[in-house]
Design a protein around this ligand. Structure first.
Ligand SMILES: [Zn+2]
Length: 94
């Protein structure tokens, strides 16, 4: 994943979250040309996957490719968890 560029304030708030033991702090950041990576030590693949899934879901990104999801499910009024492309692909398989 590409690191997210952060300001000093943002970096400070990430560190505060880290101190609180919040998993919200997890991510890869770019600060003054330095990569700051906060990740769980020895996290299993499935833990990492679950976190990626939740982060993408929370940010309204396709859980498969990370593209921004723009369509909403008319039944729930919520954004789909997949982009248009993957929604079509996965629905076809089902
Ligand atoms: Zn997708």
């Amino acid at each position: 994943m590409e690191p997210k560029k952060v300001t000093s304030n943002k970096l400070q708030s990430i560190i505060d979250e880290l101190k609180d033991g919040s998993e919200e702090a997890i991510g890869t950041y770019l600060y003054k040309g330095m990569r700051v990576q906060i990740s769980k030590y020895r996290a299993s693949g499935s833990e990492r996957f679950a976190r990626l899934y939740h982060n993408r879901r929370k940010q309204g990104l396709c859980v498969v490719c990370g593209k921004r999801v723009t369509s909403k499910n008319p039944r729930t009024g919520k954004l789909y968890r997949l982009c248009d492309e993957h929604r079509v692909k996965i629905n076809k398989k089902a």
